[in-house]
Design a protein around this ligand. Structure first.
Ligand code: PHE
Length: 528
């Protein structure tokens, strides 16, 4: 059909030079001109195809035409309600008048109701006793005739008044229409042979390239979608956190050491050696190698001393110190192990040692770049990390033996709990979380400690989003930090906001072999 119409357009142009009004075309398979809306839409398709090849050009004219409503269409086929009523009745004097009830059964209650009124008005029918009879010997169903006219021409010769009446009766509605004037284009030809899209060896060899028509390049075409790689949801959320940290002037800590010693994971943080978290249920210990290299001797001395006997204003745990416990190798249970070793490096100058390069370069990216170093060698720092940790937990829908922690520490003189809380508000606001609550908690290495809760508008409840606190002097002072240097830190899980964001309720669909690649590819960038 599409090609036949294109051919019709070309042939007509060939014969008459222009097509002034496409409503005069008689489409293949029809006897009447293509005056109605649908036909013009079909013609438009053919015109677009031809004009894209420069074979024709056309201009558009807007019209307002009319189409039938479902009721109008029914009348066009079956006749008006009044005609159907007249039809159903006997002629006057020709059999018994019809009772209204019977009429209703014959033509349906709606047609009986509407039709009677109009038929009386037209003097088509009359009452006789209790019944109804035909009055006019014959009728002309104008409504039906006019609706048929509208259906095929989109308008009425009778004019706007008649159209308005039909619209009022909700038998027709207006519809914007178009028709077209068509002229020959620069590449006009009566042949609609498909234009070439490629120059082939064959065309060069036979010389047919000289006479061929070519399809124009469409530089606006969008091209095929390429299937590139996609970030896993966890990595997308990690990127978001990372950007927030960088925006706030934090530097990223190196966290490549998944294996740590009991010393860095616990002792340096003033976690008692008898702490339940250190027991085999919670921590994965290595069997080969099972023992770490010794930590820096002086520092080790100070740490073991504060545990066993106290110091820096603390009574310590006063429990026997075990070197074996300290040297055990394990999979780190929190990234605070990395924070501890980073803070230790940061305090190198305060201990009178040379500045540690890795700490300096990390701090140089962050606030440390602007912050001034004091006489005691201390330089403020803001550090963060986002990496994997391991816990020997019973696995269920929300727990795996490994997960990611987002962690930050801020070291500066005279920091207070108010700084920590204020900082948290800014940090979480950047993630779109403004409604925060803080609850006193316990960590062996922070005092005070706060759990952070956020109101989740979708889940309509308070969810725990993080754990935080002011690091204890028992941890900071053995490292060599001056007394007035306070450090606050916090940790949050990466999986939890990701699961909430993506509506995932089983962690196994987020991590592991059950992850759906499709959802990874199609998930948009995220916000908690
Ligand atoms: N290490 C804590 C945890 O695993 C988080 C934390 C980091 C708390 C730093 C306080 C300070 O939950």
């Amino acid at each position: 059909m599409a090609e036949a119409i294109q051919q019709l357009v070309l042939d007509t142009l060939d014969k008459f030079g222009t097509i002034h009004d496409t409503r005069t075309l008689v489409l293949p398979g029809y006897t009447d001109p293509a005056a109605n809306h649908d036909s013009q839409i079909i013609i438009l398709g053919a015109l677009n195809s031809l004009s894209s090849r420069d074979m024709i050009s056309y201009t558009t004219h807007e019209t307002v035409s009319h189409v039938l409503t479902p009721e109008g269409a029914q009348i066009a086929v079956q006749g008006s309600h009044e005609a159907r009523v007249w039809q159903a009745l006997p002629h006057k004097g020709d059999g018994a008048p019809m009772a209204p009830k019977q009429l209703e059964e014959r033509v349906g209650s709606e047609t009986a109701k509407i039709g009677q009124g109009r038929a009386f008005k037209n003097k088509w029918i009359a009452k006789e006793g209790d019944g109804l009879v035909r009055l006019a010997p014959s009728i002309e169903d104008n409504t039906q005739v006019e609706l048929r006219e509208v259906d095929s021409t989109g308008t009425l010769k009778a004019g706007e008044k008649a159209l308005a009446e039909m619209r009022k009766r909700k038998l027709i509605v207006q519809r914007k229409g178009q028709w077209f004037t068509v002229k020959k284009g620069p590449a006009f030809s009566t042949s609609i042979a498909k234009p070439e899209t490629d120059l082939t060896i064959d065309m060069l060899a036979t010389g047919s390239w000289k006479t061929s028509t070519y399809k124009k390049y469409n530089f606006e075409a969008e091209g095929l979608v390429t299937n590139g790689g996609a970030l896993h949801p966890l990595l997308k959320v990690r990127e978001e956190f990372r950007n927030i940290f960088l925006e706030m002037g934090f530097a990223e800590m190196p966290t490549s050491s998944f294996v740590e010693s009991g010393f860095w994971c616990f002792d340096a943080l003033f976690v008692p050696q008898q702490h339940p978290a250190r027991e085999v249920q919670d921590t994965f210990y290595l069997s080969d190698p099972a023992e770490s290299l010794p930590p820096p001797a002086d520092y080790y001395e100070r740490v073991s001393k504060v545990h066993e006997h106290g110091g820096y204003g603390s009574t310590g745990y006063r429990a026997p110190w075990s070197d074996a416990e300290s040297r055990k190798l394990l999979l780190r249970t929190h990234t605070t192990a990395s924070s501890a070793s980073m803070l230790y490096k940061l305090a190198a100058k305060c201990r009178g040692e040379g500045e540690d390069k890795s700490a300096r370069s990390a701090a140089a990216h962050g606030s440390g770049a602007q912050a001034k170093e004091g006489d005691d060698g201390f330089k403020p720092a803001k550090l963060f990390s986002i990496d994997r940790v391991f816990r020997n937990e019973t696995m269920d829908a929300t727990h795996l033996a490994e997960f990611h922690q987002v962690e930050g520490v801020v070291a500066d003189r005279g920091l207070t709990l108010a700084d920590l809380i204020g900082f948290m508000r800014v940090f979480f606001t950047k993630m779109g979380i403004e409604n925060l609550r803080f609850k006193p908690a316990y960590n062996p290495y922070t005092e005070p400690s706060l759990e952070i809760f956020a109101f989740h508008p979708q889940l309509r409840k308070w969810v725990e989003v993080g754990n935080s606190g002011m690091f204890r002097p028992e941890m900071l002072e053995p490292m060599g930090f001056p007394k007035d240097v306070h450090v606050h830190g916090w940790g949050i899980s990466l999986e939890r906001p990701t699961m909430i964001r993506y509506g995932i309720n089983n962690i196994r669909t987020l991590v592991g072999h059950k992850v759906s690649l499709e959802s990874v590819e199609n998930s948009p960038a995220v916000r908690f």
